[in-house]
Design a protein around this ligand. Structure first.
Ligand code: CP
Ligand code: NVA
Length: 299
């Protein structure tokens, strides 16, 4: 069978994704379950952008399941001195069991995967952050049950997290309403492909009405730092605050992949609410990583 990669949520079937979520929940509830399932396995981690959650989750997941990981920042490898990505993929994938990459262009992940003998996992690209969505789906399932048929609203930039929610809408069968300012829409081809489940509304207050879940992300992602001042102005009406959440269903959840900027995309009151589940969402990065790694190393 050809090597399985996880570059977007579309690389796995619906059943496989649901099985990973259920496995993550089981691993969370019984931490000693199969604590040697990745014994003698090694994960190489190529990071061209900063990370707290993704890096820690991968390293801890490998350690707790009996394997090991190698953190490779761009500056420390020959990639930083211009060795072709294809050659790096050919070499590293002869030595390790999985590779995860956090980078800018999604095409780099695809190129690496084409030349890799082992599974490649997207640890975030400018287009998609599928690992985050595994944790988000686990969090929804844990707190509210199946997300199928639910109303999810994305408020903010139509960037990597928003586009990952678009794929999740397809794979987990929910309705997604996106509220973003003009000029910050998701990729039109993806909008077209997901048009059965995804709609775009400019007014965020209208978009969150009766939502079961409201999700957002920073207004300036990594690589967009120079646009920060302009984005603060353009997104000013898109802050998820208590007033906006009051328009959603009374038991609506709020998700944020973190790191968050209180007073920008989310108010401190929403993020730090006593019943906020964003810390569970962050913790679930670990459990879903374990379930994903176990899935990808199955023969
Ligand atoms: N949410 C997320 O991916 O966080 P990090 O950038 O800290 O990995
Ligand atoms: N959209 C953010 C997500 C960070 C986890 C970024 O790409 O920087």
């Amino acid at each position: 069978m050809s090597t399985r990669h996880f570059l977007t949520l579309m690389d796995l079937s619906r059943d496989e994704l649901h099985a990973i979520i259920q496995r993550a929940i089981a691993l969370k509830n019984s931490p000693m379950l199969h604590n040697d399932s990745l014994q003698h396995k090694t994960l190489a981690m190529i990071f061209e952008k900063s990370s707290t959650r993704t890096r820690v989750a991968f390293e801890v997941a490998m350690a707790q399941l009996g394997g090991s990981s190698l953190f490779l920042s761009n500056n420390d490898t020959q990639l930083g001195r211009g060795e072709p990505l294809e050659d790096t993929a050919r070499v590293i994938s002869r030595m390790v069991d999985f590779v995860t990459i956090r980078t800018f262009e999604h095409s780099k992940l695809e190129l690496f995967a084409q030349h890799s003998r082992v599974p490649v996992i997207n640890a975030l690209s400018d287009d998609f952050h599928p690992c985050q969505l595994l944790a988000d789906m686990q969090t929804y399932f844990e707190h509210r049950g199946d997300i199928q048929g639910k109303r999810v609203t994305w408020v903010g930039d139509g960037h990597n997290m928003c586009q990952s929610y678009m794929n999740a809408a397809e794979q987990f069968d929910f309705e997604l309403t996106i509220a973003c300012p003009e000029g910050f829409d998701p990729d039109p081809a993806l909008m077209q492909a997901r048009s059965q489940r995804v709609r775009l509304v400019r007014n965020p207050h209208e978009a969150v009405r009766d939502a079961d879940l409201v999700a957002t992300d920073v207004w300036s992602s990594m690589g967009q730092e120079e646009e920060r001042l302009k984005r603060l102005q353009v997104f000013a009406d898109y802050q998820v605050d208590e007033e906006m959440m009051a328009l959603a269903k009374s038991d609506a959840l709020f998700f944020h992949c973190l790191p968050a900027h209180r007073g920008e995309e989310v108010s401190a009151g929403v993020l730090d609410a006593p019943d906020s589940v964003v810390w569970d969402e962050a913790e679930n990065r670990l459990h879903t990583k374990k379930a994903l790694l176990e899935f990808l190393c199955k023969p």
